[in-house]
Design a protein around this ligand. Structure first.
Ligand code: GLU
Length: 248
């Protein structure tokens, strides 16, 4: 089980994402990575091994940016390696982090290769990024493109998606794998587990299977699996930052 963290904010998100990844280390992983949007393009760092290796890379070469996603990977398809680590980027347009398995990725990979998409990893995950870009190229809006792509997948996922051409929106989706939205002041987040977000908020929304969320600094809109706008309860976590730290 890997970890996902994402943030859209009025301040640089990299420190929030890195702290979130550290708090998800207990879930186990083989590599870690982060991507942010800066000056209209993606900047990404990925490292095999521990989050501290990623932290070192960020120290040497920081990632400024107000929106970003980060991941700790537990390899299921493709060996543990930097080129297989998430986030995966398609055509410098879409970056994604994924937890889970896309069972029909082989057949999608065949049709995407025929359509001209290049693969830079051996993961099942990369087909998700390509499929979203496929629908964006047909003129669909980001949220619609993610929903269209998800309809093509069999398997389990928690997903975070950012788009260079739409840099104020973080799209999240879940089917099978856990994902929560954290609600901040002028900033919002996603994570596999509330523990990752306790330094920044205790207010969370638990996404349900089939939900897709469009998350901005000042708004969160959630669609259920039928595409209906839904309101999910906001819960205040009883976990406190110090309590979790004391309890290890
Ligand atoms: N199946 C994906 C991969 O192998 C995601 C694994 C995970 O959940 O970390 O990259």
């Amino acid at each position: 089980m890997c970890g996902i963290v994402g943030a859209v904010s009025h301040t640089d998100v990299a420190p929030i994402l890195l702290e979130g990844l550290k708090r998800l280390e207990y879930r186990g992983y083989d590599s870690a990575g982060m991507a942010v949007i800066h000056n209209g393009g993606f900047q990404r760092r990925r490292r095999l091994g521990k989050v501290k290796e990623l932290a070192r890379a960020l120290d040497e070469s920081p990632l400024p940016g107000l929106i970003g996603i980060a991941h700790t990977r537990w390899a299921t398809h493709g060996v543990p390696a930097e080129h297989n680590a998430h986030p995966h980027i398609c055509n410098n347009r879409i970056a994604i982090v994924h937890n889970g398995i896309i069972e029909n990725f082989q057949e999608l990979k065949v049709s995407q290769t025929e359509a001209g998409f290049n693969f830079t990893s051996e993961t099942d995950t990369e087909v998700i990024a390509h499929q979203i870009v496929f629908y964006l190229n047909q003129g669909q809006d980001l949220l619609q493109a993610v929903r269209s792509a998800l309809a093509d997948f069999q398997g389990a996922y928690a997903l975070g998606v950012i788009d260079c051409n739409d840099p104020d929106r973080l799209i999240a989706a879940r089917q099978g794998s856990p994902l929560v939205i954290g609600i901040g002041e002028g900033q919002n987040f996603i994570a596999s587990d509330i523990q990752a977000l306790l330094p920044v908020t205790q207010r969370v929304i638990y996404l349900e299977n089939g939900d897709v969320a469009d998350i901005q600094t000042g708004a969160i809109n959630i669609l259920d699996d039928s595409g209906q706008r839904v309101s999910r309860p906001v819960k205040t976590s009883s976990l406190s930052l110090s309590g979790v730290e004391l309890g290890g």
